[in-house]
Write a protein that binds this ligand. Structure first.
Ligand code: NCD
Ligand code: ZN
Ligand code: ZN
Length: 410
C-alpha cells in the first residue's frame, strides 16, 4: 500500500508504557475497547498495562488470564507490568518476559494500590530478587510510612483521606532517595514512575551520572498542569503523586530538554465522572491521558521552545515515546522505523491547531482535564501492523486484533 503523508511527519507508532485499562474488575471506569481507541487516536500503538485491577495481577497465571480477557478487544499491541507480591518476591525469578516486561512496586497506598511494599526490609528483598533475576522494576515511589502517619492524624486510615495537599513533596523525595540507595546497594534496574518534583529530578540525574541503572518517567499530566490548575479543576486533576508548583514543572521540562527521561507515560488512570464530581478529598486520584499525551507534550514543546527546529522536536517525541520505552522494556520490533520493524506508524500534523472538546474523546470515562485546551499538532492517522487503526477524517477505527507481544514465541 502507498501512503502519502503530505507535510505531516511519519513517526513510529508511539508506546505508552504506563496505562491503567482497568481489566479485570474496574471496567466501569475503563476497558480495552475504549482505552485502545483513545490510544490509537493519540498515535499510540503499543501499551504496557498496570497491575492494580480487581483482582490485582500478582502472578504469572493472573497475567495470562488477563491476556485472555484482552484478546479480541484491543486495537493496540500490549504487554503487562506484574504487581510485586511482597509476600512472594521470589516469583520474579519465574517471570515470563512474553507477558511481563517488568514488576511494579507501590511504595505507598492509595485506594487503587493493591499491595503496598511499605516495610523497608520487604522492599530490600524485592530489590535483591530483581537484581538476581534481572527483572526491570517500575516504582510508584512515595514514602508509605510517612503517608500512613499523616493518615492516622486525619483519622481516616485506608480511606481516600490523604488528600494530595497532605501528600507532601518530601514523601516522594524520600522515596526516590531510598530507591537510588537500593539500586546502589544491589544493582537492580529501577524505573521511577511519574517523577513530580525538582529534587527528584536532581537526585535521579545525579544517580545516573554516577552510572547507576536508575531511569525515570515523566507524565504528560505533570508537564501540563500545576497546582494553579488543581485549584481550578479540583478532583479532576487530583493525581498521585500530586501535581506540584510551577518551579517543579519547569524542572521536569528542563530534564526533558536535556533528554533525560527514558519514557514519557500518560498514567492513563480513568475514574468515572461521578467519582470526579465528589469533593477532592472523596475522589480517587488519577485522570485519563493516553489520547492526549503526545499532543499535549508537543503543544508544550512548541510553546516553551518556539525557536526549536520542528524536526528536532519530532525526534524528541520519538525518543521519549517510541525508541526509549522500546529499549528500556525490550519490546521486539517496536519504537523504530527501519527494515524488519513492525509497520506501526503515527501520521502527525505538526502545525494543526484545534480545540480539545469532550465529543472527541474515546476513553470510556468521557471526560478530560485537557478539555478547552488549544492543541498544536494532531494525529491524522495511525497504523498498526500495516493496517489503519485510526483515521481522523472519517473518525473510524480498525479491527480489535492487537497482539500480546512475543506470545507467539512461547
Ligand atoms: C492510578 C490509578 O488510579 O490507578 N492513580 C494515580 O493517581 N496515578 C494509580 C497510580 O498510578 O499510582
Ligand atoms: Zn503510581
Ligand atoms: Zn499509574
Amino acid at each position: 500500500t502507498r501512503l502519502d503523508a503530505g507535510d505531516a511527519y511519519v513517526l513510529p507508532g508511539l508506546i505508552d508504557s504506563h496505562v491503567h485499562f482497568r481489566t479485570p474488575g474496574l471496567t466501569h471506569k475503563e476497558d480495552w475497547e475504549h482505552g485502545s481507541r483513545a490510544a490509537v487516536a493519540g498515535g499510540v500503538t503499543t501499551v504496557l498495562d498496570m497491575p492494580n485491577t480487581v483482582p490485582p495481577t500478582l502472578s504469572p497465571e493472573a497475567l495470562w488470564e488477563k491476556a485472555g480477557l484482552v484478546r479480541g478487544h484491543s486495537l493496540v499491541d500490549h504487554r503487562f507490568h506484574i504487581g510485586l507480591d511482597p509476600e512472594r518476591p521470589e516469583l520474579l525469578a519465574e517471570l515470563a518476559p512474553e507477558v511481563a516486561t517488568s514488576a511494579k512496586i507501590f511504595m505507598a497506598g492509595h485506594h487503587t494500590a493493591p499491595t503496598v511494599v511499605r516495610d523497608p526490609a520487604q522492599l530490600e528483598k524485592a530489590f535483591i530478587a530483581a537484581a538476581q533475576s534481572g527483572v526491570q522494576l517500575v516504582l510508584h515511589a512515595e514514602d508509605g510510612e510517612l503517608l500512613a502517619l499523616l493518615d492516622s492524624w486525619q483519622g481516616a486510615p485506608g480511606s481516600y483521606g490523604h488528600y494530595e495537599a497532605h501528600r507532601p513533596r518530601t514523601g516522594t523525595i524520600a522515596a526516590v532517595a531510598r530507591v537510588v540507595e537500593l539500586v546502589r546497594r544491589h544493582g537492580a534496574r529501577a524505573h521511577i514512575l511519574h517523577l513530580s518534583s525538582a529534587e527528584e529530578a536532581d537526585l535521579v540525574s545525579a544517580a545516573q551520572a554516577a552510572g547507576l541503572p536508575v531511569t525515570f518517567e515523566v507524565t504528560g499530566h505533570h508537564l501540563s498542569f500545576t497546582d494553579a490548575d488543581t485549584r481550578r479543576l479540583g478532583a479532576r486533576t487530583r493525581l498521585s503523586p500530586a501535581i506540584r508548583g510551577q518551579a517543579d514543572q519547569d524542572r521536569l521540562w528542563e530534564a526533558l530538554r536535556q533528554g533525560l527521561p527514558s519514557t514519557l507515560g500518560s498514567d492513563h488512570a480513568p475514574h468515572t465522572v461521578e467519582e470526579k464530581t465528589r469533593s477532592v478529598e472523596q475522589s480517587p486520584p488519577g485522570l485519563p491521558g493516553v489520547q492526549e499525551l503526545a499532543v499535549a507534550v508537543w503543544t508544550g514543546m512548541r510553546r516553551r521552545w518556539p525557536e526549536e527546529d520542528p524536526d528536532t522536536a519530532a525526534c524528541r517525541l520519538v525518543r521519549h515515546l517510541a525508541s526509549g520505552p522500546a529499549e528500556l522494556f525490550r519490546l521486539p520490533g517496536k519504537g523504530r522505523l527501519e527494515a524488519g520493524a513492525d509497520a506501526d506508524l503515527a501520521i502527525f500534523a505538526p502545525e494543526a491547531t484545534w480545540m480539545l472538546s469532550s465529543d472527541q474523546l474515546h476513553a470510556k470515562c468521557g471526560w478530560s482535564a485537557y478539555e478547552g485546551w488549544t492543541m498544536t499538532g494532531q494525529v491524522l492517522r495511525t497504523l498498526r501492523a500495516g493496517r489503519v487503526v485510526w483515521d481522523l477524517e472519517s473518525r473510524s477505527f480498525g479491527a480489535y486484533d492487537g497482539q500480546l507481544l512475543g506470545a507467539e514465541e512461547v
